[in-house]
Write a protein that binds this ligand. Structure first.
Ligand code: ZN
Ligand code: MN
Ligand code: MN
Length: 285
């Protein structure tokens, strides 16, 4: 098996292209970025210089592919008209920025309908995606729905939710999925043993389809199985344990899929380096 695609979420402070330099410094072969500031609605358009420098640095560092993650402000399941409209618009802008940067996947949190119920929430998310796709021609970037821990009323904690949304999207060839080890475990999918991993992946494949899988977030979990609490922990330091990551890393069906850390880190990236070292040690030669 070829060296797996391993990396971490990297900062874009000072320019989107800076993420490649951070990624290179810790030995990432793939990275995840926000395509704009993740806690503000507004974004300055990408300048031609920034885009050019981004492509140049991607070529120089050889980091490929890049995965984009949507802003935490977006809630496409919102029943509040103003927040829904803002979310849909932001999603569209982010997808457009991904197209400009030639990023193949934009990971999206499905959203939270609060008290409106799951059925209404799932339909609202699909409506937002349909409207965005109607307004933006297909240039190859897909939306990858992220499996969630199911904290609060967040949808996506069952594989059925992801399949339901994709089923309601008209341009299904523009849809993909992102799994997150912490989220699926907190949602109740036990991937701690070889047997458990096999069953969960078979269930995922049956309900959503392995062919839709675009990326995997590699996070251990501070909270237990089925806790529905989303708290990331360093690899091997949480309730999930490091063996689970070995199952993903040594699964030949997932060889071409980027596996990305979203664990806490300081400015020197020491934690990323350590987590990547632990992950590489789990790969069977
Ligand atoms: Zn996420
Ligand atoms: Mn994640
Ligand atoms: Mn999370």
């Amino acid at each position: 098996m070829a060296e797996p695609l391993l990396g971490a979420h990297m900062s874009i402070a000072g320019g989107v292209y800076n993420a490649f330099l951070h990624g290179k410094s810790v030995g990432c072969s793939t990275i995840q970025i926000f395509v704009k500031s993740n806690n503000q609605w507004r974004a300055k358009p990408l300048s031609d210089e920034e885009v050019e420098k981004y492509h140049q640095l991607q070529k120089e560092t050889g980091i490929h592919p890049v995965v984009a993650h949507d802003s935490y402000l977006i809630n496409a399941a919102s029943q509040d008209k103003a927040l829904f409209a803002k979310s849909r618009e932001a999603l569209k802008i982010e997808l457009e920025r991904c197209q400009t940067l030639k990023i193949p996947h934009l990971v999206m949190h499905p959203g939270s309908p609060l008290g409106a119920g799951e059925k209404v929430g799932l339909a609202t998310i699909a409506r937002a995606i349909n409207e965005v796709f109607d307004e933006l021609e297909d240039k190859g970037t897909k939306i990858a729905l992220e499996a969630t821990a199911g904290q609060g009323s967040h949808l996506g904690y069952k594989f059925e939710h992801l399949a339901d949304i994709i089923g309601q999207v008209k341009q299904q060839n523009r849809m993909a999925v992102c799994l997150d080890t912490c989220h699926v475990f907190a949602a109740g999918y036990d991937i701690r043993t070889a047997e458990g991993y096999k069953n969960v992946m078979a269930e995922y494949d049956r309900i959503v389809g392995l062919k839709h899988l675009a990326a995997i977030h590699f996070n251990d979990s501070k909270k237990g199985l089925g806790s529905r609490v989303d708290r990331h922990e360093h690899i091997g330091k949480g309730e999930l344990g490091k063996e689970a990551f070995g199952f993903f890393l040594n699964d030949s069906r997932l060889a071409g899929i980027p596996k990305i850390l979203e664990t806490p880190k300081g400015p020197d990236y020491a934690e990323d380096k350590e987590n990547l070292k632990v992950l590489r040690s789990l790969i069977k030669k």
